[in-house]
Write a protein that binds this ligand. Sequence first.
Ligand SMILES: *Cc1c(COP(=O)(O)O)cnc(C)c1O
Length: 463
Amino acid sequence: MRYYSTRSRSNPVSFAVAALGGLAPDGGLFIPEEIPSYPGRVKNSLGTMSFFDIAFETIRPYVHPELPDAVLEDLVHSAYPFTAPLVSVGDRLVLELFHGPTAAFKDFGARFMARAFSYLRRGEDKPLHILVATSGDTGGAVADGFYGVEGISVTVLYPKGRVTPLQEKQIAGLGGNIGSLAVEGSFDDCQALVKAAFADEGLRKRAALSSANSINVARLIPQAIYYSVAAGKAFAGKTDSDGEATPRGGPASPRVPGQSNQRSAIAIPNASHEVKAGSPITFCVPSGNFGNLTAGLYALKMGAPIRGFIAATNINKAVPDYLASGEYHARVSRVTISNAMDVGAPSNFERMTAHWTLEELRGMIRGVHVSDEDTRKTIAAVHDKYAYFLDPHGAVGWRAVDILSAVAGPLAILATAHPAKFAETVEPLAGSVPAPASIKNALSRTAQAQTIPAELSALADTL
Ligand SMILES: *Cc1c(COP(=O)(O)O)cnc(C)c1O
């Protein structure tokens, strides 16, 4: 597969160049020259194939022949010791994307990317330096994905004081080849700093720079996997039973001193509602930078049985506004309780509009935004009613579905993070959340970040 910049069709590059380069030299984002289709044998058996086989078939056309089949097979097996259960909550489905090591969906992209980079850089002696800006979850996923990977070092930039204590430990608690900078500014400032570093020729010469944001194709493409897996399952009339980290429990019980985060003794049965076979699914995607949603569009175009998408945002609603009015205005980001979606200028917007026209996008996506107040109410209400804990991002998705008129066929809300990652917000509303092992591990670390002002010279000094 060859890749173009969103800003020019003239200089196609290989997967390796697109992945290791991050941004195109003209400042655009790389996009594949075409979105491949699943072969018929794959399309017809998505409902019965294993997660690994679907992962392999989804990624292969985008990386062939640079990642040989045998390498890709090893890679998906080592990247994904966890899957994405599609569970019932009331009469809706929830696609749980938080069963990985940092308890958020970004593990799917970051773990593949780290392994792909490591393979593509084999035999190089100049170490690769990865710069990544995060609004919270990317940093942890990238840090974890690259931790200990030879020949690669990472610097994570995050907005000081705007990530949760747990996210900070996930980002800045590993050490080793993972460095971290607490930037005095917003996520948009962090992202602008990374862009400025890439644009600085002197810096680029000094250090072999690469990015790991959702702009990177090596992170974007593997996120298509779980859409196809879930769509295939639902089309076959199937759902999953709960996974180990599935956050059920309740009704809300007060914390008993000396007894930490245990599931309530009252078990709520997973009253799985019937999913009717043969109907394409709608996904509701809590969105910030729109990498996740763009990957969903790729899965749809590849031929997975998907009816369409709901793009759910918080008050940072540049894309829902664009879908409604046809006009796009990037804005300064505003702080919300779903902080991984506090993005005023979503970088993947450029990719979406390079692939599709406004009318085409309107045919595939409906946009909705949700207030913090409604997000809080939703966390409380869903727990009260179904004894299921949503995190603030998933709750934005749940509420967006309430706001929209009825959706035909099966509907799945993407639960992008485990609620225990946002215990500060969730516990006052719904009670004690059972924490998965991944979060307990991270909490035992100490964050060690350096604080810098939002200036390129300050970033350059640290590299
Ligand atoms: C990153 C993130 C999002 C937003 O995903 P995008 O791909 O940036 O749209 C939503 N929820 C959580 C928990 C995230 O970490």
